[in-house]
Design a protein around this ligand. Structure first.
Ligand SMILES: [Fe+2]
Ligand SMILES: [Fe+2]
Length: 158
């Protein structure tokens, strides 16, 4: 029942609401590791999966729509770059053996994530709202949900 409710509600959400919800969920997971100041593999694996799915969907249906617009291009190019940096840190975490080294990197990733979403939810959303119509906001929201679902199930949507 509760799940049906969630699915129904999410289908009415704009891309902005959906992205913000994801950001909040990831922030909460990061906080658990950072506040405890202890690397926890199970939580990190959840962060990693959530970030990978989020970034892929965001790039494919949101950034791509804004990349060739004069008003949003600069911020979108920066955002792509920040995603790439994040992906590199994730690789570094995965290839580190020592837990204290993993913890240091997770903390850096968490701080970079905070900074990234601040700009995303601030300047980028503000500019995007001038570029995208209200129909677009909902349509891109639906596309984003489909992308995420496919990625979580290991499928590819084109
Ligand atoms: Fe995001
Ligand atoms: Fe992003």
């Amino acid at each position: 029942m509760e799940q049906t409710e969630t699915v129904r509600n999410r289908s009415n959400m704009t891309i902005y609401d959906l992205l913000k919800q994801d950001h909040k969920d990831v922030k909460k997971l990061f906080k658990e590791i950072v506040d405890n100041n202890r690397y926890q593999d199970n939580i990190y694996m959840q962060v990693k999966k959530a970030l990978e799915v989020h970034m892929a969907g965001e790039e494919k249906v949101f950034y791509s729509r804004l990349e060739n617009n004069m008003d949003t291009r600069e911020l979108v190019l920066e955002s792509f770059e920040e995603h790439d940096l994040g992906k590199k840190v994730i690789k570094d975490i995965d290839s580190s053996a020592a837990e204290d080294a993993k913890l240091a990197k997770v903390k850096v990733l968490s701080a970079a994530f905070d900074q990234h979403i601040r700009q995303e939810e601030g300047d980028l959303f503000k500019k995007a709202k001038k570029v995208l119509s209200s129909d677009d906001e909902h349509e891109i929201g639906r596309l984003f949900e489909n992308e995420k679902m496919a990625k979580m199930q290991g499928r590819n949507v084109t």
